[in-house]
Write a protein that binds this ligand. Structure first.
Ligand code: IVH
Length: 675
C-alpha cells in the first residue's frame, strides 16, 4: 500500500538520489564510471520501489525522472526569451580571417580573444533551471519558438536534473549519439528485423521528437552544453568563464576547447584538427570560433539569423569521389525496400566500395542524390560505406530526382508506403526476396543455426519451389535435395541432419528465428523466460507484455500483430508439428561473459567479426564499437590499427584470435592476462 514515508525510507531515498547523481556524473560527464551498469540499475530500481511505495518521496529532481513518463499526444510550445541563433559557415582560412577582420574593424584597438570549440553534429536544445531544478526543455524550432521536450530531455543522463544554484538559468547545448552507441543500436535493430537508422544526428533528432519519453529513455542520447544564455546579466564577463561555471555545476562541457589570442592562433588550431576528429567517439562537422568577451559580443551584435561574434568553420568532407551509376532497390525479409547506390568502384579506407545503402527516400531527398551524380563516399573504422554528399558542380545536365519504382523488383507486386513510416514496402506475402530473407534469418547462427544452409542454397530451394516458408524446411528429404544443382548426396544428407539437429534449439531461438518485428535475440530470450510458451505469448495482453522491463510498446504491438495473423499461427503450428520447441524449459542459459565489454578489430580468419560479436553477445558480453576506459578486452585480428594503439595506451587487455576462440569455447580463465 502506498503511504507516507518513514524517516528511514526518507533518508535512504535521499542517499540513493545523491549516489545515483554522483554515478550519472561519473558515467556521462567524466566518462569514468566506478560501478557496472548492473549495479547502477539496482540503485535506480531501489529508489523507484521506494517512491512507488511512498509517492511523497518523489521529488521534482528525482533521478527516476530519467525513465520517462506517460506518452504525450503532442508537444506544447516554448518561447525562447533569447533567440536561438544559428552560425554562419566558413570553409577555409580566408573566410575565417575575413570574419576576424570584420570583428576587429568593429572593435578598433582592442585585443580579441577567441574561444575555439568543436561543432557537435547533433540537435540544439535549451534547458531551463529554476530554484536549482531542471524545469523545461526545448528544441530550437525556428529560433524563437520550439517544442517543449521537457520529459524527453530529462531522460538524457548527462543533463543534471538538480544544480547547486537557485537563479533562473538557461543552458544550451547539443544532444548527440556516440558512434559506438549508434553502431550497437543499429545492430540490435537489424537483429530485431528493423531497418537500421541512417546516421547518429538524424536519430538523435528523431528521438527527441518522440512523444513517448519511455522510448526516449531507452535510446543512448548524450549532451554537450556550449552556451549559458544571457550570461552577461548573470554577472559573467567571458564565455570561457560561463563554461567553467557550467562544468563546475555538473554540466557536460566538452574539454576540447581552447582560448587563443588573435586569429593566427585560431587558424593554427583549426589546422591541428586535420585528421584528428575521426578519432573522437562522436561526430563533429567543424569548429566554432567565438569572441570570448561578452562586452565585445554585445558590441558586435547579430545579423538576422546569426551572431557577428561567432562563426563555424566546416571541416572538408573526407572520402573519395565516384560516380553514382544507378540506384537499385533491395527487399529485406520484412518487405522493406531499401534504395542502394550502385557506384563506379572506388578505393576508400583500404577497400573497394561499389555499393552503399542509401537508407530511404528521405535521405536521398535530404542529400539531393541523383543518378549520374558525382558523390563523396566515406568509410571510417567499422562504419559501413556511405554516400556522404553530392558534388553539385559536377552534376550532369538533365539529372532528375530519383523516385521509387512502383513495383517490387523481386516479385512485381506493388511497393506501398506506410502512413507514418519513411519506408516503402513490398506487401506481397509471396515475394521471393522476402521468403529468402526470412529463411536466411531463420537458419542463421544466432537463430536456428542450421549448418550448411546459406544464402545461395536458400535461393536455390525457393527458386526450385521446394520451400515456401520456414516450416517447409523440415519436410525436406534427401532425395528432394539431391535434385538440386551442385548438391551431392553427402551434402544432402548433412543438411537433413543439420535440420534435425536444429529441432533441439530452445524456444527463445525459435521465437527469434521466426522473425517477429522488433523481437531480437535478446528480446526473444526475455519473452521466453517471462511468458514461457508460444501459446501464452499468443494470448498475452498488451499490459502483460509491457509490464516486462525490456518490452516497449512497439515490441508488444508487433508480438500481438504476429500472433493475430492466421499465416503466422499456421506457421507456428507447422513448426510445432515438426518437433520444434514451443515452450521455455526453464533452463537458464549460462551467460559467463555478462558484464564484460569486448571490442573487435582487424581481420579474423576463422569467422567474421559479426559472427564473433554475436557469439560473444550470446554469452552475455557487450560488444562495443570503440575502445574506451570501459573496454575489458580488445580482440585484434590481422592489420589492426588505431584501436590496437588506443587499447595499448589505455592498458586494455589485447587478445589474439586463438584466445578469443578459447574464451568462446571454455569461458574466461580464472584470472589474469595469461589468456
Ligand atoms: S553556439 C549563437 N557552439 O550549430 C551561437 N553551436 O549552426 C549559437 N552547434 O544551432 C550556437 N556545436 O546546434 C554553438 N560548440 C557549439 C556548437 C554549436 C554545435 C550547433 C548548434 C547551432 C548550430 C549552428
Amino acid at each position: 500500500m502506498a503511504g507516507s514515508a518513514k524517516s528511514a525510507d526518507r533518508r535512504r531515498a535521499k542517499e540513493l538520489a545523491a549516489e545515483i547523481r554522483r554515478h550519472e556524473h561519473l558515467y556521462y560527464v567524466r566518462t569514468a564510471p566506478e560501478i557496472t551498469d548492473f549495479e547502477f540499475d539496482m540503485l535506480m530500481k531501489e529508489l523507484e520501489a521506494l517512491e512507488e511505495a511512498h509517492p511523497d518521496l518523489r521529488t521534482e529532481d528525482s533521478p527516476t525522472r530519467r525513465v520517462g513518463g506517460e506518452p504525450l499526444s503532442s508537444f506544447a510550445s516554448v518561447e525562447h526569451s533569447v533567440p536561438m541563433l544559428s552560425l554562419a559557415n566558413t570553409y577555409g582560412e580566408g573566410e575565417i580571417r575575413e570574419f576576424d577582420r570584420r570583428a576587429r574593424e568593429a572593435l578598433p584597438d582592442e585585443c580579441v580573444r577567441y574561444h575555439v570549440e568543436l561543432k557537435f553534429d547533433g540537435v540544439a536544445i535549451s534547458a531551463l533551471y529554476r530554484n536549482g531544478v531542471f524545469v523545461r526543455g526545448g528544441t530550437r524550432g525556428d529560433g524563437r519558438t520550439g517544442d517543449d521536450i521537457t520529459a524527453n530531455l530529462a531522460t538524457v543522463g548527462a543533463l543534471p536534473l538538480a544544480i547547486p544554484d537557485r537563479r533562473e538559468l538557461e543552458v544550451r547545448g547539443e544532444v548527440y549519439i556516440r558512434r559506438d552507441d549508434f553502431a550497437r543500436m543499429n545492430e540490435e535493430r537489424v537483429e530485431g528485423g528493423n531497418e537500421p537508422f541512417a546516421n547518429p544526428r538524424n536519430t538523435a533528432a528523431g528521438t527527441l521528437k518522440l512523444l513517448d519519453s519511455r522510448e526516449v529513455a531507452r535510446r543512448p542520447l548524450r549532451l554537450f552544453v556550449y552556451q549559458l544564455a544571457a550570461a552577461e546579466s548573470l554577472g559573467f564577463e567571458r564565455h570561457s568563464d560561463a563554461m567553467e561555471f557550467l562544468a563546475e555545476h555538473g554540466f557536460p562541457v566538452n574539454t576540447e576547447r581552447t582560448l587563443v589570442e588573435g586569429i593566427d592562433a585560431a587558424v593554427d588550431l583549426i589546422g591541428s584538427w586535420r585528421g584528428k576528429r575521426e578519432a573522437l567517439p562522436y561526430e563533429t562537422d567543424g569548429l566554432v570560433v567565438k569572441v570570448d568577451s561578452f562586452r565585445q559580443q554585445a558590441r558586435l551584435g547579430a545579423t538576422g539569423k546569426a551572431p557577428r561574434w561567432a562563426v563555424a568553420y566546416k571541416f572538408p568532407a573526407a572520402g573519395e569521389q565516384t560516380t553514382l551509376r544507378e540506384i537499385t532497390v533491395q527487399i529485406g525479409r520484412t518487405g522493406v525496400a531499401t534504395p542502394v547506390a550502385e557506384l563506379e568502384p572506388v578505393r576508400v579506407g583500404g577497400s573497394t566500395v561499389a555499393r552503399a545503402t542509401l537508407h530511404n527516400l528521405e535521405e536521398i531527398r535530404r542529400k539531393d542524390i541523383r543518378v549520374g551524380d558525382t558523390v563523396v563516399v566515406e568509410k571510417g573504422g567499422e562504419v559501413i560505406p556511405k554516400v556522404a554528399a553530392v558534388v553539385r558542380e559536377k552534376r550532369p545536365p538533365g539529372a532528375t530526382p530519383w523516385e521509387f519504382p512502383p513495383d517490387c523488383p523481386a516479385c512485381g507486386g506493388a511497393l506501398v508506403r506506410d502512413e507514418e513510416e519513411v519506408a516503402f514496402r513490398c506487401d506481397s506475402v509471396r515475394c521471393p526476396a522476402q521468403i529468402t530473407g526470412r529463411i536466411d534469418h531463420f537458419a542463421s547462427r544466432g537463430a536456428m543455426d542450421i549448418e550448411g544452409l546459406g544464402e545461395k542454397l536458400v535461393a536455390q530451394l525457393v527458386g526450385a519451389g521446394l520451400v515456401h516458408d520456414v516450416g517447409d524446411l523440415y519436410a525436406l528429404r534427401e532425395e528432394d535435395l539431391a535434385e538440386l544443382d551442385r548438391m551431392g548426396e553427402v551434402s544432402a544428407r548433412n543438411l537433413v541432419h543439420a535440420l534435425t539437429e536444429s529441432k533441439g534449439q530452445p524456444f527463445h531461438r525459435v521465437l527469434f528465428a521466426v522473425g517477429v518485428r522488433h523481437v531480437g535475440a535478446h528480446g526473444a530470450r526475455v519473452l521466453a523466460r517471462e511468458i514461457g510458451s508460444a501459446r501464452k505469448l499468443a494470448a498475452a495482453e498488451e499490459e502483460t507484455l509491457t509490464a516486462i522491463h525490456e518490452v516497449g510498446p512497439a515490441m508488444a504491438d508487433s508480438i500481438r500483430d504476429f500472433f493475430r495473423r492466421k499465416d503466422s499461427l499456421a506457421l507456428m503450428e507447422k513448426l510445432a508439428a515438426a518437433g520444434l520447441s514451443m515452450r521455455d524449459d526453464g533452463v537458464e542459459v549460462p551467460r559467463p561473459l555478462e558484464g564484460r565489454t569486448f571490442v573487435l578489430t582487424g581481420k579474423l580468419t576463422g569467422r567474421s567479426r559479426d559472427e564473433a560479436a554475436s557469439l560473444l553477445r550470446e554469452q552475455g558480453a557487450r560488444v562495443a564499437g570503440s575502445v574506451s576506459g570501459k573496454t575489458d578486452f580488445l580482440v585484434a585480428g590481422a592489420d589492426a590499427g588505431g584501436k590496437l594503439r588506443k587499447a595499448e595506451k589505455l592498458g586494455v587487455r589485447v587478445l589474439d584470435e586463438a584466445a578469443l576462440e578459447r574464451i568462446l569455447a571454455e569461458g574466461l580463465p580464472e584470472e589474469g592476462p595469461g589468456i
